[in-house]
Write a protein that binds this ligand. Structure first.
Ligand SMILES: Nc1ncnc2c1ncn2[C@@H]1O[C@H](COP(=O)(O)OP(=O)(O)OP(=O)(O)O)[C@@H](O)[C@H]1O
Length: 793
């Protein structure tokens, strides 16, 4: 590219940075003024100050996040205004920028006019004559790639005297094929992986863009084979929806659900790099506030806990905690003895059940009714004994009964307030109670649920806890007082926010509701995302579910409760189902939550896996009869699959292969059957890091230096390995991730360890962007599909 053209673009980009720096300075000044402002001890004034400070801090964070690679595209669009003969030029960037005179300098990639950057093709140019990809490293423009979509432009440019000829000299004759911005795309795809997913905003492809910009209403299912960009598309769609529905989604929030902590860590930087920070990211094990489950149940147990019939069982369990005593009970109050007949309690229970409210909420009706009946009974008894009783005496009796320890025991035995944890813990730890509730189950089936009360909650328990919480409702005493106070405070906050906005002259910049959200933080400075994450019954404006094929019907029930409007982006690959509770088709998976109200989009190009690896994985999947969706791989790849048959010890063969791969891979995953993953991790740490350099399974660590030498070691187990050159993972942990090179240890062991182990191996084999190696234990041959000429170590 002639330097003149590059220089011209550099000058344009420099103007963007000047404007960005100017905006940043303005926001910093405003923030400084707010922080310095003396508001004294007035609580309301302090809240307002904190809210404005927060607003400016968020703005500043957004400007900082988008600083690197602020612009990535330029469109030359045919002028469509009559009388105008020159083309329009639009620059496309991570955010929109306006000059001081309010003219547009840079279009936000999500703006409607920017759509043509992703959608225009030679066949359907959408008015675009030329498209330019600007590749930047931090603030520096390093390369430009042109595509000329209008052939007449080439002729015009040939005749042109100025530097515009530079474009012609480097433009392709016309964008051929289906890939858009091929040069920039291939550069992105072959770049070394860092352990964190990057945004793809500069190279989104047409089929992806249509999905990203699809309307927010309803459930959209995105099906595609491995590496087709489903995760990337889902995250960019979240950013697009926040942009297009900012008011609604800023206050209701967006939830992104992924399969594992490693996965959440892998994707967490994408949305901030697009300037969106307020999204809640959760694993299925952390969707119930206060519980962080990461252990899985055995396959049969998880499958049972995921079944819809568990909701019926939990409902029966709650009902059975509303118990009529078998016999009459005696209580004494102020020296008088009262005989309480079972019918009195039964009557109060029926009254409460008829309210249709959750257990803990309906208990208020139960207690009120039972106390009233007991007071009437006692009053009649006292009157019969000669006392004179009027209404105020009956009210006093009710008060006494409420205070009585014996009455409390009596009522609690009939209707005990319950927490979800207690209900579920009892169900697992009390086999005789479970047997009462499940007369038609076999003893073997019941045994699947049996567990010590102290055992930690598992991932599949989370959906059951949430179901139980729905059936139980909040504990009554806490609820009413706290809720009334919250509502009162909220109204006052919105009123105050309106006044504050008028006073500060910032109408239109922030809504009263959004500002009131800031007040509500009450000094704790919680964001919408933080509040949403800590409130179990929070309903989100939109929910993104990744690896959605793995979800059980009970998990779908939980998620649908999180977005009653059913605004969902559901991405996954039905062939990759490896969880025993997952579905075999989208129709089956979505039936309970969505009926037939969902739409399907498919992605067809594999951007990650080189063709030679993708073909082998697909061939293996064919033999294993997995219902795969073949995808067209963008790259052929440079290395054949490396098959190693261990000559003696498996660990030695693994170590030798690891050393071979580490020589030219930026990051490497060693994927191992769950039962031997810790042993292999220990072996690798001992050999490569030495004891002192090892990294804990859950702790974070800085990425090792290039070449793999780091004072903190290069081997990490689980999510901790993502930032290191070598991560040791199970197939489940590797879901959704990608690495330059992947080494699969004992592939048959992975196939054998779960009922859907073949799918787990298919997933593992499709993680590399460059190289795949497989190490088989001594005496085994290579698996069909993956068979290549083996090496012996
Ligand atoms: N348009 C694009 N431009 C650049 N990179 C892309 C593009 N689309 C996808 N990629 C890259 O391809 C890789 C695979 O994408 P992603 O992880 O989203 O696929 P996936 O369909 O979710 O895969 P899997 O189901 O196998 O986990 C990622 O590195 C992603 O950044």
């Amino acid at each position: 590219m002639p330097s003149s053209e590059l220089e011209r673009e550099r000058a344009v980009i420099a103007s963007f940075y000047r404007r960005l720096d100017q905006l940043r300075a303005e926001v910093e000044a405003r923030l400084g003024a707010v922080q310095r402002g003396n508001v004294g001890s007035n609580h309301q004034a302090r809240s307002e100050r904190d809210s404005f400070a927060r607003l400016h801090e968020d703005n500043l964070a957004q400007l900082n996040e988008v600083d690197a690679r602020i612009a990535f595209g330029r469109l030359q669009v045919a002028a469509d205004e009559p009388g105008r003969d020159s083309d329009e030029i639009h620059y496309i960037g991570r955010i929109g920028l306006r000059d001081t005179d309010q003219s547009t300098m840079l279009l936000d990639w999500r703006a409607p006019q920017a759509g043509a950057f992703y959608q225009a093709t030679a066949a359907h140019p959408l008015g675009v004559r030329a498209r330019r990809h600007l590749t930047m490293r931090e603030r520096e423009l390093t390369r430009i790639d042109d595509e000329v979509l209008d052939a007449t432009l080439l002729d015009e440019l040939r005749g042109a005297p100025s530097g515009a000829a530079d474009i012609a000299a480097h433009g392709s004759a016309a964008a051929s094929g289906t890939l858009q911005g091929e040069g920039a795309l291939l550069a992105a795809l072959t770049a070394e992986r860092t352990g964190h997913m990057h945004d793809i905003v500069a190279t989104i492809q047409g089929e992806q863009d249509r999905i990203i910009r699809s309307e927010m209403r309803g459930a959209l299912v995105v099906q595609g084979g491995p590496g087709t960009g489903k995760t990337a598309v889902a995250l960019h769609r979240a950013a697009f929806l926040i942009y297009a529905n900012r008011e609604r989604l800023k206050s209701a929030g967006v939830l992104v659900v992924g399969p594992s902590a490693a996965f959440v860590r892998y994707i967490e930087a994408v949305l901030p790099s697009l300037g969106e920070t307020g999204v809640v990211m959760r694993t299925l094990g952390s969707l119930f506030p206060g519980v962080e489950a990461d252990a899985d149940d055995r396959a049969e147990v998880a499958a049972l806990k995921g079944r819809l019939e568990m909701s019926g069982l939990l409902a029966r369990a709650v009902r059975s905690r509303q118990r009529v005593p078998a016999e009459a009970q005696q209580i004494t109050l102020n020296g008088d003895t009262l005989t309480v007949q079972p019918a009195l309690i039964e009557n109060a229970i029926h009254r409460a059940q008829r309210t249709g409210k959750p257990h803990n909420v309906a208990r208020v009706t139960f207690v009120k009714h039972a106390i009233a009946e007991l007071a009437n009974q006692l009053a009649t008894q006292l009157a019969a004994a000669g006392a004179t009783i009027d209404d105020s005496d009956v009210a006093a009796l009710r008060e006494d009964l409420r205070e009585s320890y014996e009455v409390r025991v009596l009522l609690n035995t009939a209707w005990l307030p319950l927490t979800p944890e207690k209900l579920l813990g009892d169900l697992y730890a009390r086999p005789e109670w479970l047997a009462e509730l499940t007369p038609r189950w076999t003893p073997e089936r019941r045994a699947l649920l049996a567990r010590e009360r102290s055992a930690p909650m598992t991932v599949s328990d989370v959906a059951l806890l949430d179901e139980a919480a729905e059936l139980l409702g909040d504990m009554p005493a806490r609820r009413s007082a706290a809720d009334r106070e919250r509502e009162r405070q909220r109204e006052a906050d919105i009123e105050n926010a309106r006044a504050a906005i008028r006073n500060m002259g910032v109408e239109g910049m922030v809504s009263a509701e959004a500002l009131a959200d800031g007040f509500a933080e009450r000094g704790e400075r919680m964001t919408v995302a933080e509040r949403a994450a800590s409130d179990r019954s929070w309903t989100y404006g939109h929910v993104v579910v990744d690896e959605a094929q793995e979800l059980s019907p009970m998990q779908w029930r939980l998620l649908v409760r999180k977005s009653p409007m059913r605004s969902f982006t559901i991405v996954g690959d039905i062939a990759q189902v490896s969880s025993p509770a997952g579905a075999r088709s989208w129709t089956e998976a979505l039936n309970a939550g969505f009926g037939d109200r969902w739409r399907l989009e498919e992605l067809s190009v594999n951007y990650r896996t080189p063709a030679q690896i993708a073909r082998a994985a697909e061939s293996f999947a064919g033999h294993a009869k997995l219902p795969i969706t073949p995808a067209r791989a963008v790259r052929e790849g440079d290395w054949p699959i490396h098959t190693v048959l261990a000559a003696s010890d498996l660990a030695d063969a693994v170590l030798d292969t690891v050393q071979l791969l580490l020589a030219d891979a930026g990051n490497l995953a060693v994927i191992v059957p769950a039962e031997s993953v810790d042993d292999i991790a220990d072996t690798l740490r001992a050999a490569l890091d030495g004891e002192a350099g090892s990294v804990a399974a859950t702790g974070g660590a800085g990425r090792g230096a290039p070449g793999g030498v780091s004072t903190r070691g290069i081997v990490g187990r689980g999510a901790a390995g993502l930032e290191l050159p070598l991560a040791v993972l199970t197939a489940r942990e590797a879901k959704g991730l990608e690495f330059d090179a992947v080494l699969i240890v004992d592939p048959r062991g992975i196939v054998a360890e779960t009922p859907r182990g073949a799918a787990a191996l298919y997933v593992a084999a499709t993680r590399p962007t460059q190289r795949l190696a497989m190490v088989y234990p001594r005496g085994e041959s290579a698996l069909t599909g993956f068979a290549e000429t083996p090496t012996l170590f």
